[in-house]
Design a protein around this ligand. Structure first.
Ligand SMILES: [Zn+2]
Ligand SMILES: [Zn+2]
Length: 333
């Protein structure tokens, strides 16, 4: 027979072993997701530029790892990007329209400018029914300017009759996370300023405990007389510190030779770095852990080369800067 106090100690040791086993098996409390193959994201850029080349304009497919249902963040170019992705064996289907029908679950439009919407509009006849997410101000443009019968057939579910009801306008509410059915993804929209008072949107996408941030076109707070970016940085800074934010996609449209008054709601390398310094400070100097993908470069003779050189020169924080390339898959864990 054991004395009572020894039995109590043995019970407590047993409980402790139980806890250790539970935390080890479930991975509960882990900050790194590397051991779970279904954490993180795969991203397939269908288009990456901010102008001119209509076959390569902003559109990013994002899926949870382990899932083949993508959401499409902006939709400047669809067909050409899917065709190139098929050439690279990223999809095993017979043509780009089938990929669009079967693998694009829904569209998230940051703002209604044509370089973010043309691919969706042009390919709408071959698409199937799905949701079109946007802030009310963005959906208004589809209803009043694009799907109107005068500009294009009305593939929306509201507006000028007859309505073909292919796309269901689904208004977003800023800062409210919701689940995107069938994708394993959750999205939180944030309002951006894109030539004040015009709105654009950032999408914070979540798969389990990993996050990805995509920003549509945006100006710097200092130029836009706005605090939208600062508010966004405050929200995502803790995710950077904890290693949960797997990537930031952010625009730089012009090089530093373009003066603030001519930026029209866009960033240049100097303004980008100023904004990222604010974010880095809020994230206790941890921003170098999160890869930054620079999007939406507007082509001209030397613009893209200049933008890349100016970002590299001013990268005092040791940030991991990348440039997405059309139909080149990005794996984020
Ligand atoms: Zn744009
Ligand atoms: Zn724009």
């Amino acid at each position: 027979m054991y004395p009572l106090y020894q039995i109590r100690i043995m019970k407590q040791i047993g409980q402790l072993i139980g806890y250790i086993l539970f935390f080890t098996i479930t991975g509960f409390g882990q900050t790194s997701n590397s051991s779970n193959p279904n954490q993180g994201f795969k991203v397939i850029p269908l288009g990456v530029k901010g102008g001119l080349d209509e076959s390569n304009l902003s559109a990013y497919l994002v899926a949870a790892n382990g899932n083949d249902q993508f959401i499409c963040l902006d939709a400047g170019t669809i067909y050409k990007g899917l065709e190139m992705a098929m050439d690279k064996k990223l999809f095993n289907e017979s043509n780009p329209s089938i990929v669009q029908q079967k693998h694009i679950n829904s569209y998230f439009i940051s703002h209604a400018h044509l370089d973010h919407t043309a691919g969706l509009i042009m390919n709408s006849p071959n698409d199937v029914s799905k949701k079109l997410y946007g802030l009310p101000s963005v959906l208004e443009v589809f209803k009043k300017n694009y799907f109107t019968w005068s500009a294009w057939a009305n593939f929306g579910n509201e507006g000028e009759v007859p309505v073909l009801k292919k796309y269901t306008y689904t208004p977003l509410v800023a800062k409210q996370e919701f689940e995107v059915e069938g994708t394993g993804l959750f999205v939180t929209p944030f309002i951006l300023s894109h030539v004040n008072p015009y709105e654009s949107t950032a999408f914070l996408v979540r798969n389990q405990s990993s996050y990805l941030l995509y920003l549509g076109d945006t100006g710097a707070d200092s130029v836009e007389q706005s605090t939208q970016l600062l508010a966004l940085w405050k929200t995502i800074a803790p995710l950077i510190s904890k290693g949960q934010l797997k990537a930031i996609f952010i625009e730089v449209s012009f090089d530093n030779s373009v003066p603030a008054k001519s930026l029209y709601g866009h960033l240049n390398p100097a303004l980008l770095m100023h904004e990222l310094e604010k974010l880095n400070n809020l994230a206790s100097g941890n921003l170098h852990k999160t890869p930054i993908y620079i999007t939406h470069l507007k082509p001209c003779t030397d613009c893209e080369k200049n933008i890349q050189a100016q970002i590299q020169m001013s990268n005092q924080m040791g940030l991991k800067i990348h440039y997405p390339s059309q139909a080149t898959k990005i794996d984020l864990y």
